[in-house]
Design a protein around this ligand. Structure first.
Ligand code: ZN
Length: 338
């Protein structure tokens, strides 16, 4: 009986709710200074009350153990912001491209408000270190720290459009939740290249050196073609350039044809299937870009005609695999004419 005496007078208030469930039926002892459990006062078996206490302790520790062993509710990752879409009055849905989880969408709450602390760190094309909380449908960005903002790229319309085009390419061609570390690395290196190119041109302008329209584009046009080709290769759409895509005969160093729907170059014997002519220079350039590192390709100096031909061939391939045009193409064309 002594074991069931509780010395505290004040039961309510300081006792946890779960514990109070076991105490609500305890009554005051005859002395008025201690309490007896109701089972004691009603004459029922005191062992039942003891058993309840033991069960309570076990359940309590099991709950604590489950709490400590549960899966984490948040995670950290590096990411490049590919796209932003407005959500509600103040939020945005971000399309993120990460080295470990590939492409996925997350909510950045309040980032359209001027006072938002996150907004500056989740700009388009920004490379940031993010902390995300697991959400029911979409994960939620809780913290962000910008690592690379590509300021030179943002200060020049042509280079900024190139950057947005790269982001659109990745967004369209890379499937959600599929890891593509090689494409992530390539995108990051290409953004750094375009940013550096914009910075170099800015310095030339500050020296009052007059630049031709082609110089204003820097080397980014060739870099875009290189990115397009290697992006297609990385996702399994590598064009056939060594043999005829129709009859498989070896391609000779002469004018050939090209058809994206057949997968690449066509020999003169298959000219009835040609979609467009492919000059020998363009074929050599494509093959060189296909097998070489960018550091080697960067030494190429294609003229305007070759640039246009390479662009047309790559756009044919991209359009065929995507089954529609890229939004950025019209902007790139507009920037080029200006
Ligand atoms: Zn053929």
């Amino acid at each position: 009986m002594v074991e069931h005496l509780l010395a505290k007078e004040k039961v309510a208030g300081s006792i946890p709710v779960s514990r109070s469930l076991f105490l609500f039926n305890r009554a005051t002892s005859p002395s008025g200074k201690a309490r007896l459990c109701k089972s004691c006062t009603s004459g029922s078996n005191p062992l039942v009350a003891s058993l309840l206490d033991v069960i309570f302790v076990h359940v309590f520790f099991i709950a604590i153990r489950c709490f400590l062993m549960r899966s984490p509710h948040s995670y950290a990752t590096e990411a490049i912001v590919l796209k932003r879409t407005d959500l509600g009055e103040a939020d945005r849905i971000l399309t993120l491209f990460t080295p470990g989880k590939g492409k996925f969408h997350a909510v950045a709450k309040g980032t359209r408000r001027p006072i938002s602390k996150l907004a500056g760190h989740v700009d388009l094309l920004c490379r940031s270190q993010l902390q995300l909380a697991l959400g029911r449908n979409l994960d939620i960005v809780t913290q962000a720290e910008g690592r690379e903002n590509f300021m030179h790229l943002r200060s020049d319309l042509w280079h900024m459009t190139c950057g947005f085009y790269l982001a659109e390419l990745v967004d369209r061609f890379v499937e959600d939740q599929t890891q593509h570390y090689d494409i992530y690395t390539m995108l990051l290196e290409t953004l750094r290249y375009v940013d550096a190119d914009a910075g170099a041109l800015q310095q030339q302008r500050e020296k009052a050196t007059p630049l031709t329209p082609q110089q204003e584009e820097g080397h980014t046009r060739l870099r875009l073609r290189y990115f397009e080709l290697h992006l297609l290769m990385a996702i399994g759409y590598e064009p056939v350039l060594a043999n005829c895509a129709y009859c498989a005969s070896e391609i000779r160093p002469e004018e050939n044809g090209f058809k994206a729907a057949l997968g690449g170059v066509l020999c003169p014997q298959c000219s009835r299937h040609w979609e467009r002519r492919l000059s020998l220079d363009a074929l050599k350039a494509l093959r060189y870009m296909q097998r070489s590192k960018w550091s080697d390709v960067a030494r190429m100096r294609p003229d305007a005609r070759l640039h246009a031909e390479l662009e047309a061939v790559m756009y044919d391939l991209l359009r065929y695999h995507l089954e529609r045009d890229m939004k950025s193409w019209s902007f790139l064309e507009m920037m080029r004419k200006s």
